[in-house]
Design a protein around this ligand. Structure first.
Ligand SMILES: Nc1ncnc2c1ncn2[C@@H]1O[C@H](COP(=O)(O)OP(=O)(O)OP(=O)(O)O)[C@@H](O)[C@H]1O
Length: 322
């Protein structure tokens, strides 16, 4: 088996906070990350999720060598991130949505030339890779514009190209779609999906945007107060917290409220009973069983199933304290 791209064992990070002066001096410790164990295999796409202050950025900083762990171990691309920061930088790409890694006063084209020198890319490799990224991220029109004059959406696309210029094995995106409008978000997601399909880049993504998680990742790790709260698939999480799904039936004729369908809760009745919404918990019944019950009462013209709201699912996980 090949080595995992990331492996963390008992990973932890405390921050010592000093306040006051003289006799009033106080020292307290914030445990930002505690006892994290996980591995991420090459080619995976993992969403790293948690509320504000849960420890996501601290973890990413340890994975990339910016911060040294105060407990446990982490290896990224088989390296100790802090000790081998330079070597690691050649093998990973990182984008922090709220902070730029580009040279503010330089045009993107200049930044890419500088990055190519840092990563020791030959002129041919730079030309080919840059050409592909410029085309796929649609950067052509503003390549010569100083970064400070770019819109947020343009800048993030520029940042992603910068992070991918040296074809890293691992791409880490910290809140990549934050602040972007719906269209720009969608464009970026489409690009990232294509990038994943085209190669074997491993993707680690922190986000508060559940659409990012749904569209881009196939595994999620949820942290709560620095500790692992869940590691698995999104449907697995939905099942674990017992979140409801909703079945919406459109009926051929006005029908009395379907209040007693086994395993469901009637959420609403519209248009004299022509449309009814029933909630059910996967595990206690199935959409097929609900449909069979409803069909025995009335002719079903159409049906849709609403998936649970993921933010609500994560909230439930936090509330369950597991
Ligand atoms: N340099 C620091 N000094 C002291 N405390 C810190 C430092 N960096 C982070 N913390 C604390 O560690 C905890 C985790 O912070 P972190 O930034 O990792 O959370 P996060 O999950 O990335 O949050 P957000 O979603 O808001 O970005 C918080 O309580 C934060 O206040």
């Amino acid at each position: 088996m090949t080595e995992p791209i990331i492996s963390a064992t008992g990973l932890g990070r405390d921050f010592v906070i000093r306040t006051g002066r003289g006799l009033r001096r106080r020292r307290s410790i914030t445990r930002a990350v505690a006892d994290l164990d996980f591995t991420i295999e090459a080619g995976a796409a993992v969403g790293y999720i948690g509320a504000n202050g849960a420890g996501k950025s601290t973890t990413i900083k340890m994975l990339t060598g910016i911060l040294v762990p105060t407990a446990g171990r982490v290896h990224t691309c088989g390296l100790d991130p802090h000790r081998h920061r330079r070597e690691l930088a050649r093998r990973i790409g990182v984008v922090f949505g709220q902070r730029s890694q580009l040279w503010w006063d330089l045009p993107l084209a200049e930044s890419y030339r500088a990055l190519a020198a840092i990563h020791r890319l030959g002129p041919d490799t730079l030309r080919t890779r840059r050409g592909t990224l410029v085309e796929r991220l649609d950067l052509g029109e503003f390549l010569e514009t100083p970064v400070r004059q770019l819109s947020l959406g343009q800048r993030i696309r520029g940042e992603i190209a910068a992070a991918l210029l040296h074809s890293p094995e691992l791409l880490i995106l910290d809140e990549p779609t934050i602040g972007l409008d719906v269209l720009s978000k969608e464009r970026l997601r489409q690009f990232l999906l294509e990038e994943r399909a085209a190669g074997d880049t491993t993707l680690l993504l922190t986000t508060h945007d559940m659409d990012d998680v749904q569209r881009l990742t196939d595994r999620i790790i949820v942290v709560d107060h620095g500790r692992m709260a869940y590691d698995g698939t999104l449907p697995g999480l939905v099942e674990r917290v017992g979140a409801d799904r909703v079945i919406v039936v459109d009926l051929e004729e006005t029908t009395a409220p379907l209040a007693d369908v086994a395993g469901t809760r009637l959420l609403g009745v519209e248009a004299d009973g022509l449309r009814q919404r029933l909630a059910f918990t996967p595990g206690s019944t199935t959409a097929a069983a609900v449909l069979a019950h409803v069909s025995a009462r009335a002719e079903v013209r159409d049906l849709t199933i609403e998936e649970p709201d993921i933010e609500d699912v994560v909230r439930r996980l936090y509330a369950s304290g597991t």
